[in-house]
Design a protein around this ligand. Structure first.
Ligand code: FES
Ligand SMILES: [Fe+2]
Length: 377
């Protein structure tokens, strides 16, 4: 037998990065999707079961019974336990086995087996789970890893419809650069010019094909200002400044993109939080939040109207456009081997390095928190 005296450098073997980054909090499903029946959902290359006990508390388990490995998602909720459909073992929300049909309730056999339960929390209409190896990387508080506004009652928010597409999550996450908005989203125009939101005005002042962008830094504010021209040099408009106080704008580990949008000059800005969830190597899911800080009933009414009349339908179109290009890049391997990075890709390249660093860190027993990751991007 071969022996070695070399120090051990790998404490944990992560799954390949293209399958997703484990050891982070992920939104798993929207709250209304889980009622009294267990729900199966696949995230970060793992089948999960989400269920609620009799009090409505949500739990996320890996979707297998520790007895003979059949899916717990085919089972039933019995009071405060999830019962396996095969031989009837019951597990409480912590994964502890609380009943074996052939054993007395105090049998030591119950302690020999437990379901794999992930730390779970519900906030803002989303059920989050910490998909990780809690022995090596204990779950941090959810509130430490997400924008604080999710716990701020001044924000009125909506969760947009979940969407899934056949593309790798990294390609989709990398597709959030600001430069593409004025071209790819010229018609859907969530980030477009002010005129896009005036009733009765054609939102498309120029065709997609003859737009040209100039982006410049706003002095002292580290933000980009977009100026859009047609190819003849005629000024079309500017990307409207979002919310200068939105400190979370940008990308966060593992898959969250935050963007503020001011629909029209002088209007209230709102915040988009967009998670790109790995399902498998070649499939991903979007979960999206839109929230607006409102302080009066009038502001609340304006935001509600705007969300339903503009944000919701336009987000659907924008999503289709973003998905079109991400699916169009085919596999991660194809995209990586056929790309030529240019000036606007600097930010995307930083994000790419961050994901690789976060993945490598875990192999060395370290975990880069979302807050630490913000220094990279
Ligand atoms: S496989 Fe679940 S109880 Fe036997
Ligand atoms: Fe986009």
């Amino acid at each position: 037998m071969q022996t070695t005296t070399e120090p051990r450098t790998t404490v944990y073997e992560p799954i390949p990065l293209e399958q997703g980054l484990r050891n982070y909090w992920y939104p798993i499903v929207q709250s209304p999707e889980v009622a009294d029946k267990p729900v199966m959902v696949r995230c970060v290359s793992e089948d999960l079961v989400v269920w609620r006990d009799s009090k409505g508390t949500a739990y996320v388990f890996s979707d297998f019974c520790p007895h003979r490995a059949t899916r717990l998602s085919n089972g039933h909720v019995q009071g405060d336990a999830l019962q396996c459909i095969f031989h009837g073992l019951r597990f409480d929300g912590s994964g502890r086995c609380v009943m074996m049909p052939w054993e007395p309730d105090d049998s030591p056999a119950l302690g020999r087996i437990r379901a794999l339960a992930y730390p779970t929390e519900e906030v803002r209409g989303l059920i989050f789970a910490y998909l990780g190896d809690t022995e090596h990387f204990p779950a941090p508080p959810l509130q430490d890893e997400l924008p604080a506004e999710l716990w701020d009652d001044q924000y009125a928010s909506y969760i947009l419809p979940t969407e899934e597409y056949d593309c790798n999550w990294i390609l989709s996450f990398e597709g959030m650069d600001k430069y593409h908005a004025a071209i790819l989203h010229a018609y859907s125009a969530l980030l477009g010019t002010g005129i896009a939101y005036e009733p009765g005005v054609d939102p498309v002042a120029a065709t997609r094909g003859n737009r040209r962008m100039v982006l410049s830094r706003v002095p002292g504010r580290h933000r980009l200002e977009m100026q859009i021209y047609d190819l003849a040099g005629n000024f079309i408009g500017t990307g409207l400044d979002g919310d200068p106080d939105f400190v979370d704008e940008g990308n966060h580990l593992p898959t969250l993109n935050c963007l503020s949008v001011r629909p029209r000059q002088g209007g209230l800005p709102y915040h988009n939080l967009h998670w790109t969830i790995p399902i498998d190597t070649n499939r991903m899911r979007w979960l999206r939040y839109a929230g607006c800080k409102v302080t009066t009933p009038e502001e609340r009414a304006e935001w509600d109207r705007f969300f339903h009349e503009v944000t919701l339908p336009r987000s659907r179109n924008i999503g289709l456009e973003d998905a079109l290009v991400a699916v169009g890049q085919r596999s991660l391997a194809f995209a990586r081997s056929h790309e030529t990075l240019l000036g606007p890709d600097t930010g995307m390249a930083r994000l790419r390095r961050l994901l690789e660093n976060a993945h490598q860190a875990q192999a060395e027993g370290r975990r880069i928190t979302p807050a630490e990751g913000r220094r990279f991007v």
